[in-house]
Design a protein around this ligand. Structure first.
Ligand SMILES: [Zn+2]
Ligand SMILES: [Zn+2]
Ligand SMILES: [Zn+2]
Length: 186
């Protein structure tokens, strides 16, 4: 083995494995168990099998009595689901779409970890300052993530929004990162 080969093997070993794509299926009856959800999906939708959904979790829906299911799927199943646009479930056809939500900490508001693993001080999602909660905040909106990105990378992002704003530039960047870490099988 020459040194180039050794080098490329070392890189391969170090390359992080990509995450599987996720799909969110909207407004499923909350009473449906995980087993029934997966079993029914597989039964009613040709080409889907129970083993295609090794892991999934629920999200709250705004509609009472309903929830959304997020399923992690192999690339092939992912493309097949997105082509269908909807799945049969009991007497309904449920909408679905790709689930791309960067992890954001509820304590410090930074991306990439959850609050139980947080090593940073709690900050206000509205203004980014420490020492008060959003409900008590009287400051102008200032996004902690865009402010930090501007300082660190000499960027010029608008910072006059809350860290929870869906149009936050730092969120868009994190979403792009998430896409690049996803195995779409192509
Ligand atoms: Zn945190
Ligand atoms: Zn505040
Ligand atoms: Zn922002």
């Amino acid at each position: 083995m020459n040194s180039n080969q050794q080098l490329s093997n070392a890189f391969e070993a170090k390359a992080p494995t990509k995450r599987l794509p996720r799909v969110v299926i909207y407004d499923v009856d909350e009473a449906v168990s995980k087993e029934d959800f997966i079993g029914t999906l597989a039964n009613q939708n040709e080409g889907l099998r129970e083993q295609d959904f090794p892991s999934c979790f629920k999200l709250k829906s705004k509609q009472s009595g309903k929830c959304h299911w997020v399923i992690e799927v192999q690339p092939k199943t992912f493309h097949s689901l997105l082509r269908r646009k909807k799945v049969f479930f009991e007497w309904n056809r449920l909408s679905l779409r790709e689930f791309l939500r960067p992890t954001r900490c509820y304590k410090c508001n930074r991306f990439g970890h959850i609050s139980t693993n947080c090593q940073q001080a709690e900050s206000c999602p509205q203004c980014g300052e420490e020492g008060h909660k959003k409900a008590e905040c009287t400051n102008e909106a200032k996004c902690i993530n865009c402010t930090e990105a501007n300082n660190k990378y000499k960027l010029n992002h608008d910072t006059t929004h809350a860290a929870t704003d869906p149009s936050c530039p730092a969120l868009a960047h994190e979403t792009d990162q998430l896409i690049s870490r996803t195995n779409y099988g192509r």
